[in-house]
Ligand binder design. Structure first.
Ligand code: ADP
Ligand code: MG
Length: 700
């Protein structure tokens, strides 16, 4: 038998699908952008300029005008006055439906006054229909999807969607939410609010129906995070308990961890000691650690990571340390090699740009377990790399990897350990971009967080100056003074995303100008298009102190540590994000020398330098507190951009706003673990409804 051909999709059906509006629940959750009030009619006499109103009258003129632009003119009249309706590029068929003597309603913005009223392109319908009882929704839509079609589709979705309540009235009441607003009631209301509603409460989403919906969404997010945390608690990991007691009897030498601690040229700060204890506690349990270590730039996270690695290695297990860029990875490699090699640790190195032979050797050492510590870029987590007995994974500058990659890594290690019945490695993630509380609660709720909240002693805060590009000469004088004092200088040029060529030209020109101005000084150039080996060579000249000035695109942004550098100049600072500027500034002020950061804004754009941009740069000069800066950055950029998640496809909140709805977030965070524990079925139902809908939203 021949299968019956399925009917091809119509254009609006295709557009619906493209917007991710397929299932009834997706349609039901597609909320209006705004509303039109067709519930009442304004007398023409009472309509005022610039008001959006609905008027009703009889057509007393209807004519098509040709000339420059085809224009349909229709005049209607009620007992108080008349109004001209204008439709540009109208079709003759449109004129046919607007015949003399017909009674119509027109909704639109009124223009004019004494000279007569007009409406441009009003929406028009026959006056025979009854006035609706509710406001008319206007939905976000796309080309090929007429508003009327979308309204009918949403209507159908709303009728068919399973809107069973997952929350009990007493639960809502206990949370201080109005139990009258069930999910069903809230959605029906938001699609068709009654005309007596205060429109501003719909616009700013403070209406109780909106709050119910936002709570639903936040709860689903919290539920899935709690669930991930619960599932993790079921997994097994190697117990890496401090070994001093037991091993002490067997070996004459104290354990690696203690020896590393003793060999450091400095004492740990109180904050470092505290986070080390928190990490040690996690490591000594047979459940995988998922801990985020956050600390401002220069807070000293690397040594904390090294101590955790030492704990792992001394017990005979392998540790992997992953960094987002090759420069940063190689810097970690050098530092940890210097700390750990003298103590007898075998450190391996793995990156994408490695020669095949060297890579093969490294892979063999990793697979045999001979390599105790493996440092590299994300090359480390590729499929070909197999560890003999991996017990700890450390990820530096984890925000650079993005939420999606973190979750992918989590899933990957979990899936592997489940299928092979192996032990799952502990994970330590580090970040210098502190995550504001609300964001941490919503996107990192499955992680435990440790914070290094103070810098090592002896640091002088970096002095920040915002100055015009035209004062470059003064900057060169400053540079010379730093060089004469034996210090080094970074000069950062922005990455111009649209054009790598421009980007390079800019950095090259700056490099040439500085070289010419400071002939006795070695000035290096580092940019994103250089071969890794060349980058490494340049970086080595700078790290070893031979090079006075390093001109670079933002490749040096994260983690680079050259304590002798005391001046950071950022060109076109207005093009950088706040957290990025803070990272850059964190490259100086790492030693004892007084350090400065100069943010140059280009005068070409000075007039265009908007208030926002100026305020941002000023904020940089006002505070050195990374948390403060991250908070402002979040306000300006929004969470999607902040997390780098928009692009990576992680479900973002569509209704709730982390800043404005922090109270609902708190409620959801309290309630989720309880619902999950006591009513797992309802919790599951709730999550399924919302998670599916969020994914659909993102496909749009
Ligand atoms: P970040 O947290 O930004 O990764 P690093 O780990 O690179 O910071 O540390 C910044 C600098 O501070 C390094 O040179 C490091 O050796 C040094 N450092 C770390 N801890 C201390 C400490 N307790 N006392 C003095 N210097 C320290
Ligand atoms: Mg670091």
């Amino acid at each position: 038998m021949v299968a019956q051909a399925t009917k091809p999709l119509s254009a609006p059906q295709k557009a619906l699908r493209k917007l991710g509006l397929e299932r009834p629940i997706d349609l039901a959750l597609h909320l209006p952008l705004r509303y039109e009030d067709e519930t009442r009619v304004t007398r023409i006499e009472d309509a005022r300029d610039a008001q959006v109103v609905q008027i009703e009258g009889v057509i007393i003129r209807s004519e098509m005008r040709y000339g420059g632009q085809r224009q349909l003119l229709v005049e209607i009249e009620d007992d108080s006055g008349s109004c001209m309706l204008r439709f540009f590029n109208a079709y003759p068929s449109q004129q046919k439906s607007l015949v003399l003597g017909k009674r119509i309603r027109a909704l639109g913005e009124v223009r004019g006054g004494l000279m007569g009223l007009t409406m441009m392109h009003p929406s028009v319908k026959s006056a025979e229909t009854d006035l609706p009882q509710a406001l008319t929704p206007v939905y976000p839509t796309s080309a090929g999807l007429p508003q009327a079609y979308l309204r009918r589709a949403v209507e159908g979705g709303l009728a068919r969607a399973d809107l069973t309540e997952t929350l009990k009235p007493e639960e809502l009441a206990a949370l201080g939410l109005d139990a009258q607003w069930t999910l069903r009631a809230a959605l029906h209301f938001l699609h068709h609010p009654t005309p007596d509603v205060t429109l501003s409460m719909l616009q700013d989403r403070s209406h109780p129906a909106w709050r119910r919906l936002k709570f639903e969404e936040l709860l689903s997010q919290q539920l899935s995070q709690s669930k991930a945390k619960q599932e993790r608690a079921q997994l097994k990991a190697v117990c890496l308990a401090a070994s001093s007691g037991l091993r002490g009897e067997l070996s004459v030498e104290p354990a690696l961890h203690a020896r590393l601690l003793a060999s450091l040229p400095f004492a740990l700060t109180n904050a470092q000691q505290r986070v080390c204890r928190e990490i040690d506690q996690d490591l000594s349990r047979a459940v995988p650690m998922h801990r985020l270590l956050q600390g401002d730039v220069g807070a000293g996270k690397t040594v904390v990571a090294a101590l955790a690695a030492a704990r792992c290695i001394e017990l005979g297990w392998q540790c992997a340390l992953m960094a987002p860029t090759e420069i940063l990875a190689s810097q970690h490699f050098n530092k940890l090699l210097a700390w750990l090699e003298p103590l007898g640790v075998m450190v391996a190195w793995l990156t994408g740009s490695q020669k095949a032979k060297e890579r093969r050797e490294m892979l063999a050492m990793i697979a045999s377990g001979q390599a105790q510590l493996v440092i590299g870029t994300h090359a480390i987590i590729q499929d070909k790399v197999s560890f003999d007995k991996l017990a700890l994974v450390i990820i530096d500058e984890q925000h650079r990897f993005g939420v999606a990659q973190r979750l992918a890594l989590r899933d990957k290690t979990q899936a592997q350990s489940r299928s092979a019945q192996q032990l799952e490695p502990h994970m330590l993630m580090m970040t210098a971009t502190p995550i504001p509380r609300t964001l941490a609660m919503s996107y990192y709720a499955d992680l435990d967080i440790s914070t290094i909240d103070s810098l090592p002693p002896g640091r002088t805060p970096v002095l920040t100056k915002v100055i015009s590009d035209q004062r470059r000469d003064e900057v060169l004088v400053r540079i010379r003074a730093q060089i004469d004092a034996g210090r080094q200088v970074y000069w950062v040029c922005p990455l111009i995303e649209e054009s790598e060529a421009l980007d390079l030209a800019n950095a090259t020109a700056t490099h040439a100008a500085i070289s010419a101005a400071l002939p006795a000084v070695e000035v290096g150039l580092l940019h994103s298009r250089m071969a890794p080996a060349d980058k490494k060579a340049i970086m080595a000249r700078f790290t070893q102190g031979h090079m006075g000035v390093l001109v670079s695109t933002t490749v040096i942004e994260v983690g680079v540590d050259v304590p002798n550098a005391s001046l950071m100049v950022v060109e076109h600072a207005e093009r950088f994000g706040l957290s990025q500027l803070h990272q850059l500034r964190g490259r100086v002020g790492r030693g004892v020398a007084a350090s400065a950061c100069v943010l140059l804004y280009s005068t070409g754009e000075a007039s265009r330098l908007g208030d926002l941009a100026r305020e941002r740069l000023r904020a940089m000069a006002q505070t050195n507190d990374g948390f403060d800066i991250a908070r402002r950055d979040l306000e300006i950029r929004g969470p999607g951009d902040f997390l780098g998640a928009r692009q990576s496809g992680v479900a973002m909140l569509r209704f709730a706003d982390l800043q404005l709805d922090a109270d609902l977030l708190d409620l959801a965070a309290q309630f989720a673990p309880r619902l999950l524990a006591q009513h797992p079925q309802r919790a599951e139902q709730h999550m399924n409804r919302w998670l599916g809908a969020q994914v659909a939203f993102l496909k749009a």
